[in-house]
Design a protein around this ligand. Structure first.
Ligand code: NSP
Length: 223
């Protein structure tokens, strides 16, 4: 799945690290079902904390967006994070005996701090395109992972629920919408040939750093 034109260019510019992210051992363990539950829950608690900061970053994108249509697209992502993705985490953790107040009291792991504060700093220091470059690996990487695992994962993987969430038409639509948002902002700010813009190298670097931080997030889950 390409999710527009800009995303594949950024992804292909950091292909080895993208591979490390989307083909990580943690992801393989979700597909085969061999990932220990304890590691999955450690990841989910941190991801709960991650998604709160990530929602703030998308809310920042609402304030930085160029047009009302873009504001709506960013606001829809805030809504999806808080009302669809976060409840999945709350439900799975509650079933495992971890009610939401316990999640709220959890301490952020260094990997969570590093990733979320990087994204927020990129957004505060830069414009909406810098912010979207930092946000894209998260949204679109899980879109790719969800699609692939829904085809390749063991039918009876205990992580089917998780896989189905990211493969679902709702999440895939979010990815398609983000790809279109990204293309529109890139065209507006960089012109018809974004790859030759003087900003292109910095944007690729921001995307690459966020992708490395995704790898660090899976590593934290496996540790
Ligand atoms: C760390 C991380 N990256 C991406 C996603 C998908 N929104 C997530 N839930 N957590």
């Amino acid at each position: 799945m390409s999710y527009g034109r800009t995303f594949p260019l950024w992804r292909d510019a950091c292909a080895p690290v993208w591979q490390d992210y989307t083909r990580h051992d943690f992801v393989a363990g979700l597909g085969t079902g061999s990932l220990p539950r304890e590691n999955f829950l450690r990841y989910l608690v941190q991801d709960y904390l991650f998604l709160i900061q990530f929602s703030r970053a998308w809310a920042l994108a609402v304030t930085k967006a160029d047009t009302v249509a873009d504001m709506r697209a960013c606001a829809a992502t805030v809504q999806a994070l808080l009302s669809e993705e976060l409840p999945l985490h709350i439900r799975i953790c509650a079933e495992a005996g971890l009610p939401e107040p316990r999640l709220q009291q959890a301490e952020e792991a260094p990997a969570t701090l590093a990733y979320t504060r990087f994204v927020l700093a990129a957004g505060h220091a830069g414009d909406v395109l810098d912010l979207l470059a930092a946000l894209a690996p998260c949204v679109l990487g899980y879109g790719e992972i969800g699609q692939r695992l829904s085809r390749e994962a063991e039918r009876d993987s205990p992580y089917r629920d998780w896989i189905d969430t990211y493969a679902s038409p709702g999440y895939q639509q979010l990815c398609t919408d983000m790809g279109a948002l990204l293309d529109g902002v890139a065209a507006r700010r960089l012109g018809p040939a974004p790859e030759v813009s003087p900003r292109w190298g910095d944007l690729c670097q921001t995307f690459r750093t966020a992708t490395r931080l995704e790898v660090g997030f899976w590593d934290m889950g496996l540790a």
